[in-house]
Every structure is written in structure tokens, then in C-alpha cells.
Design a protein around this ligand. Structure first.
Ligand code: ADP
Ligand code: MG
Length: 452
């Protein structure tokens, strides 16, 4: 509980916030990075060089800096970042924040697990803060995610990094019963984190739902949101948003298609792709193997894998809800000696959320469809990603294996391919995904033979 603050105190606070905002605005204006440049190519500021206002109208440079402390951010955001132990920026944060903080449209591409979430949460908070947004002002920012679990995760990051700010944030995702309650509160929310369907439902049904003043739109997993699966929803959403706004798009597999971007009417977007020169499209600490497995041996192979990795936290991708249910039920009866869980789109939302949090906490095997393929950052790291079926395309492969080896941790993945699917190997190699084709006998199966 916060102690009620006196009128005098609040007035003081308001004045000092006003000073801070003026300072931030002048600083941001004075040191804008050049359009079309990547701030990472600049020499970092020396470690103890002064930060902020240096003289009457001179300010420290914020493009090219290494630590959050050196950016023109509010004290509220800086304090929260420090409390969460976020000190040095990742590459995509260094590259994009100087541009996004000064209000530019940004397309950010960086490998899975490289910190893209903070790269958009921070500018959203800062924009609303500098605009002195409050509860009465209504919706100021909309963040769109392709899945409910990812939306929930972004919501958690927003509430932790934004905890010192007074904004209200809401998670609007399908499958929740409280849509009626949501309808009452949705106009009082400043930041909406939503899946496309639910957002559109509110736009269509909620009386007085008003986004006409919103300032910042974010599409996380942007290429997925822009693909055909969400086309109708996204077009309908965009048509109801103001044209004058900041738009930020992030993904590990970014779209460059002019047509896609035209739909969003971006204004001179900054394209920041920080790992384009990297030798691999996947995290450096990820070890990836591929095995050819005939169809009739896939389940035996999966079973052997699980039995030989009882100490690992494993995420298994299958291609349909039906398969997930089938394999989960069958293997559960065989008691492998490690907890098994399953996740797919036909489950009730409460159950989905519960499974997701349990899998974060505990060593277990999770059988899942592609609902878990994108964005999720399982709190206690995943050791193995197993793809029992060939993914639809290379992007899908990159996102699935990206559930392990996140930030600075390592991880392993294995893909089972049918003998007829080996052309996938060429596609992966062409996309700079370093995979090694191995025989079952000399990879993870060790001495144990595949069991029936
Ligand atoms: P991406 O969206 O690029 O896949 P996330 O935003 O999910 O990656 O971040 C991956 C992990 O890295 C998260 O656990 C996050 O807390 C952590 N992380 C992000 N930025 C930093 C940072 N600057 N310092 C330390 N950890 C970070
Ligand atoms: Mg992400």
C-alpha cells in the first residue's frame, strides 16, 4: 500500500516531473541519431563520461551507448530496469532504442532470445510518460501478439518495467470469459496487449471503445501478424487507428515486403537488423542436429529420446492438436519417469495458462503445437527442442528452436525428417541455419536402442 501523499507533495512531484520531461525532450531532440544509421556502429561513450545535460543546451550523445543508464529515460523507467538487473543493453536494444525513443517507426530484426521485448516496451512507456498520459487519456498504445501466452508474457514485462509509472495496462486475449468485464474497463486502459481477434472484437462490440488518440502501435512477431492468417483482422484493426502514430515491428524473421509494410503506412521506417552479418541465423549457443527417421519409427525415437533425457526440460513440437493429444495420452500411460504436459489451441484458456506456467517452473516434457513456437521465454530455461515433424518453413524452424538457447544460455535441438524430406536440410543451410545430420545411433540414443 502506498501512503496517501499530501497535496503539497503531489504538486512538488508534478513540477519535478515536468522538469524531467522538459529535459528529456530537449536531450532527445538535441542528440537524435541520423536517420538510416545503426547506432551500434558508433563508438561507445567512455565508461564514466557525464550523462544528460552537459551545458546550457548541450547534452550527452545517446546513440551508440552501451548501458540503459546512458539513455534519455525517465527515472521511473531507469529505476525499474535497475531493479530487474537490466544494466547493459543487448544489440537490438542498442540499435533500435535511440531511433524509437525519438519517435521513429522501427523495423527490428534480431535472433530469438536477444531482448526484443524491452526494445519496444521501453519506448512505449517513455512516450506515454513524456506525453503526460493518464487514466483519463484512454488508450495510448496497442501491442499486438500472435498468441495468448506471448501476450501474457509481454504483459508481465510491461508491468515489471513500468511498475513505477501510473499507467493502466490490460491483457485482451481470446478464450477468457470476462469479456463483459473487459468491456467496462477497456476504455480506462492506457496500454492494451492483445491478440488480433480479441482486439477486433472490442473494436466491433464495445460501446465507445476509442483508439483515435493512440500514439504507439507495436507488432511483436510482426511477420506472423502480417501473414495471411491474420490478414482480415489486422486490416480491420489498422483501419480504425489514427494514421499519425509511431509503429514498431519486431521479429527474428522480419518481413521486408513492401506490400506488407504499405498496409501499415510506415513513415520512413528505420530498418535495424543486427544479426544480418552474423554467420548463423540462430543463436550461437544453440546446437542443432537433424536425423532422418522413417515415419513408422518416429514415436519409438521420440520415446527413446525422452527416456534418455529424464534430467532435461524438453519442448516437443508436433504438427496438429490431434497429434499432441494422441502422443501425450499414449506416453502418459507408459510412465516415462518425467512429468508430461501438453499444450494446444483447443484447450481451455485457464488450462493453457496453467500449463504454460507449470512448464516454466518444472523440469518436464511439454508436447505442443506451434502455439508455443513463437516468442515464449520459459523462465527456467528449456534444454531441448524436439521437432517430430518437419516445420512448415524455415521461419517456423527458427522460431521453434529459438525457445532454447535464449539470451546468454545454451541449448540443443533435434529435428526428425522423413527420408523424403531431406530437401529441408538444404533450405536450412541456405538460410544460415547450421544443422548437422546425424545417425540416430551416434546422437542422443547412446547405448539404449530405440524401444518399441
Ligand atoms: P526476444 O524477444 O528477442 O526473443 P526476449 O525479449 O524474450 O527476446 O528476451 C530474452 C531474455 O533475455 C529474457 O529472459 C529477458 O529478460 C532477457 N533480457 C533482455 N534484455 C536483457 C538485458 N539488456 N540484460 C539482461 N537480460 C536481458
Ligand atoms: Mg520476442
Amino acid at each position: 500500500m502506498r501512503r496517501p501523499k499530501s497535496k503539497e507533495f503531489r504538486k512538488q512531484q508534478r513540477l519535478s516531473e515536468e522538469d524531467e520531461i522538459n529535459l528529456l525532450n530537449s536531450w532527445i531532440q538535441a542528440q537524435k541519431p541520423d536517420s538510416g544509421t545503426n547506432p551500434m556502429s558508433l563508438k561507445p561513450l567512455p565508461k564514466n563520461s557525464p550523462v544528460g545535460r552537459l551545458g546550457d543546451n548541450t547534452f550527452s550523445r545517446y546513440a551508440g551507448v552501451v548501458r540503459f543508464e546512458q539513455l534519455p529515460l525517465s527515472k521511473k523507467t531507469k529505476d525499474a530496469l535497475r531493479a530487474s538487473k537490466f544494466v547493459s543493453m543487448t544489440d537490438i536494444q542498442r540499435a533500435s532504442l535511440p531511433h524509437s525513443l525519438c519517435g521513429r517507426d522501427v523495423l527490428g530484426a534480431a535472433k530469438t532470445g536477444s531482448g526484443k521485448t524491452l526494445a519496444f516496451i521501453i519506448p512505449v512507456l517513455e512516450k506515454l510518460y513524456r506525453e503526460r498520459w493518464d487514466v483519463e487519456a484512454g488508450v495510448g498504445s496497442i501491442i499486438i501478439s500472435p498468441t495468448r501466452e506471448l501476450a501474457a508474457q509481454i504483459f508481465d514485462v510491461l508491468t515489471s518495467v513500468g511498475k513505477n509509472h501510473g499507467f493502466s495496462a490490460g491483457l485482451l486475449i481470446g478464450g477468457r470469459k470476462e469479456v463483459a468485464i473487459e468491456k467496462e474497463s477497456v476504455n480506462k486502459l492506457n496500454v492494451l496487449i492483445c491478440t488480433p481477434g480479441r482486439l477486433l472484437q472490442h473494436m466491433d462490440e464495445t460501446p465507445y471503445f476509442d483508439c483515435s488518440e493512440m500514439k504507439v502501435l507495436v507488432l511483436d512477431e510482426a511477420d506472423r501478424i502480417l501473414d495471411s492468417g491474420f490478414k482480415r483482422e489486422l486490416n480491420a484493426i489498422i483501419s480504425q487507428l489514427p494514421k499519425r502514430r509511431q509503429t514498431m515491428l519486431f521479429s527474428a524473421t522480419q518481413t521486408k515486403s513492401v506490400q506488407d509494410l504499405a498496409r501499415l503506412s510506415l513513415k520512413d521506417p528505420e530498418y535495424l537488423s543486427v544479426h544480418e552479418e552474423s554467420i548463423t541465423a540462430t543463436p550461437t549457443l544453440l546446437k542443432q542436429i537433424v536425423m532422418t527417421v522413417p515415419l513408422d519409427q518416429k514415436l519409438d525415437m521420440l520415446w527413446s529420446f525422452i527416456k534418455t533425457h529424464l534430467q532435461s526440460k524438453t519442448l516437443v513440437f508436433l504438427s496438429s492438436c490431434k497429434q499432441v493429444k494422441y502422443v501425450f495420452e499414449a506416453f502418459k500411460k507408459l510412465h516415462p519417469g518425467i512429468p508430461l504436459k501438453c499444450l494446444h489451441g483447443r484447450m481451455k484458456q485457464e488450462k493453457r495458462m496453467a500449463i504454460y506456467s507449470e512448464f516454466c517452473e518444472k523440469r518436464s516434457v511439454l508436447f505442443s503445437t506451434d502455439v508455443a513456437a513463437r516468442g515464449l521465454d520459459f523462465n527456467k530455461a528449456v534444454d531441448w527442442v524436439v521437432q517430430v515433424d518437419c516445420p512448415e518453413n524455415v521461419a517456423s524452424y527458427i522460431h521453434r528452436v529459438g525457445r532454447t538457447a535464449r539470451y546468454k544460455s545454451d541449448g540443443k535441438s533435434v529435428l526428425f525428417l522423413l527420408p523424403s524430406e531431406t530437401q529441408m536440410l538444404e533450405k536450412l543451410k541456405a538460410a544460415k541455419v547450421p544443422v548437422h545430420l546425424t545417425k540416430a545411433s551416434n546422437s542422443f540414443i547412446k547405448e539404449e536402442k530405440a524401444q518399441d
